[in-house]
Write a protein that binds this ligand. Structure first.
Ligand code: SAH
Length: 395
């Protein structure tokens, strides 16, 4: 409410809309202090929830340039005084605040949003009115392959109709450098969910591509792909390092998404089995395996906690198991399966220190020892913190 005495770590937030926007939470903390705070937070939670007192928690691996790191912008569109606005929702509301730039977003994505606003105004495209469920343009999504420079622009519309489609496409091509794909997604529902079920390519390819390390990924409008590819490489390199593979190992990657970690592991393992609950993600994973010529990976659709016991019953054994669960952590059934499969090592990638701590405690009781934990800063200026931990089977 009032600053009585400023902390020595207090920083002037460089973003002019920091106090209205819900996107970043800790721009007013110096970046150095953000990294230290995150490390300390992980240590505290491991001790408090996991009862893990003597685990080494390394200093957070941060970014040299912790700005402009996002490769994807998905921005809600509305109208104010008859003009298109596009920006972000005011904290704890659905009121759109118009925005020209976002300092954690790649400049080119900001530029795309500005261009789309301009074109939409020029051609009389109506912004979506959430309350009345009227208007045309609901969201603009801009995606960029940081390594390939390929760009995708997605118009999410309320219906099939996109007036002046042809002229709009021509202007996007003229104004957006490196655009490879222009896509329309149709979302007819009254919902907060951004994408609808129907996607059509308006111009160019269905996919753009990007690399993490040596591995190439095809990214469609709706594909999940990490938003900070630079730090993703740091995280996956650490996971690979902790997996300590020689080329003879059989590895399971549970909660594999589009197979990013699986393919990283496949570079050094004999065989990798990936499991994931979303069918589209597995389709992407298979495509990406093929794109990179991997023949030593298999992907299955299903709940990891159901598929893994089934694999085990089929006689599949794993030398190393990697898990990367959503925020709620691993299902207990899955942890029990790990304990009975007895892999030499477990590598746990986590986006939530609290559930990481809970699950490490379970695995410790099941015969594992947590060796070390490495926090990685995937989302500078937010309170999110990603960790990778390695456990070894005792004796
Ligand atoms: N490892 C991937 C994605 C991790 S995100 C990457 O780095 O890109 C967690 C993933 O777990 C999501 O893709 C989510 O769809 C999936 N998931 C959630 N619950 C699951 C379950 N019970 N079984 C398998 N996958 C699940």
């Amino acid at each position: 409410m009032e600053i009585k005495e400023a902390s020595e770590h207090r920083a002037e937030p460089p973003c002019p809309i920091y106090h209205q926007c819900g996107g970043c939470q800790i721009q007013h903390l110096s970046y150095e202090a953000q990294l230290l705070t995150k490390q300390k937070q992980v240590k505290d939670v491991l001790e408090r929830i996991g009862g893990l007192k003597d685990v080494v928690v390394h200093p957070t691996l941060g970014m040299e340039e912790p700005w402009r790191y996002r490769n994807k912008a998905q921005v809600p569109v509305g109208e104010e005084g008859g003009l298109i606005i596009a920006g972000f929702y005011q904290e704890r509301s659905h009121r759109i605040i118009d925005m020209d730039e976002c300092l954690i977003q790649h400049e080119e994505n900001d530029q795309i949003i500005r261009v789309v606003k301009k074109i939409a105004n020029k051609y009389g495209i109506r912004g979506y009115d959430e309350e009345k469920h009227r208007g045309t343009l609901r969201h603009v999504v801009a995606r960029k392959g940081k390594v390939t420079n390929e760009v995708m622009v997605v118009f999410v519309t309320r219906g099939k109709e996109l007036p002046n489609k042809k002229a709009i496409i021509e202007e996007i091509i003229a104004e957006v450098p490196n655009v490879k794909s222009i896509v329309q997604n149709i979302n007819t529902k009254r919902t907060n969910v951004i994408f609808g079920d129907e996607t059509t390519v308006l111009w160019g390819d269905e996919y753009i591509h990007d690399y993490i390390g040596e591995i190439k990924f095809a990214i469609s409008a709706r594909s999940f792909y990490q938003v900070n590819p630079e730090q993703t490489k740091v995280l996956y390199d650490k996971a690979l390092d902790y997996a300590n593979l020689t080329g003879n190992e059989s590895v399971i990657d549970a909660y594999c998404g589009i197979g990013t970690i699986s393919l990283f592991l496949a570079q050094r393992a004999k065989h990798v089995y990936g499991v994931e609950i979303v069918p589209d993600a597995i389709a992407d994973a298979k495509r990406n395996a093929e794109l990179n010529g991997f023949t030593n990976v298999d992907f299955a659709v299903g709940e990891a906690e159901k598929v893994m016991p089934w694999w085990y019953a089929q006689g599949i054994r794993a030398d190393v198991i990697v898990v990367d669960p959503p925020r709620k952590g691993c299902d207990e059934e899955l942890l029990e399966t790990i304990v009975s499969m007895k892999p030499k090592r477990v590598v746990y990638v986590s986006c939530n220190p609290a559930t990481l701590a809970r699950d490490l405690k379970f695995l410790e009781a099941g015969g594992y020892k947590t060796k070390e934990v490495q926090p990685v800063d995937m989302f500078p200026h937010s309170t999110h913190i990603e960790n990778v931990a390695v456990l070894e089977l005792k004796n």
